[in-house]
Design a protein around this ligand. Sequence first.
Ligand SMILES: Nc1ncnc2c1ncn2[C@@H]1O[C@H](COP(=O)(O)OP(=O)(O)OP(=O)(O)O)[C@@H](O)[C@H]1O
Ligand SMILES: [Mg+2]
Length: 221
Amino acid sequence: MKGLFITGTDTGIGKTIASAALLHRYRKSSPLRYWKAIQTGTDDDTATVRRLATCEDREIFDDGIRLEAPVSPHQAAELAGTRIDLTRLRDSVPADDTTRWIVEGAGGVLVPVNEIHLMSDWMAMLGLPVVVVARSTLGTINHTLLTLEALHSRWIKPVGVFMVGDLVPANRAAIERYGNVPVLGQMPFFNSLTADAIATWSAANLDPKEILAPYFAPATP
Ligand SMILES: Nc1ncnc2c1ncn2[C@@H]1O[C@H](COP(=O)(O)OP(=O)(O)OP(=O)(O)O)[C@@H](O)[C@H]1O
Ligand SMILES: [Mg+2]
């Protein structure tokens, strides 16, 4: 599997919107496919991405764990009388060398998925480098650096940080300096969050240095 894993410093931080933005930005490079592998609660991130990235059917893999309780995956599974099996989940991925994946996590890096595995184990099992979505405002330096440290200590590569909210240049600079990682973009809060707004913003502002291009590069024959 090739592509990127989208995690965040928190739940509700902007991972789904960032995934839609990445589709707008990089779908011209390779066939991209979005996957919310583990979804808890009644929000439907897959439907949101389908709408906000105006996806064709082939750009969505609408499969995986779907649990109704709006709690951590390990608990939602327990409440449903089941257990999340990461190996089985990974084996459900269709083999296809040309697809580049955008896999969205649930919550952040150390969210439990069962009695032994954390979301970080899922990232490691897929072998995907990671984009960290973080808010732009006060408190983000600590949350983002903690997240980056948790990734590094598990040998998972963070390739960049995607910030959401009002521009706070000092926070952005501190994350790049102390986290030793590029900020790929700073998406403002849109009053009207539409596919057009995300597409326009992404084309002009997301990853201008094309740091993510290698992860979405087409398969070489
Ligand atoms: N740039 C933005 N402009 C306006 N609203 C935004 C923006 N980014 C995120 N939001 C809103 O913030 C909320 C949380 O964003 P999002 O669903 O992307 O978070 P998440 O990290 O994917 O959450 P989860 O952990 O549930 O998957 C959503 O209601 C979303 O519409
Ligand atoms: Mg989401």
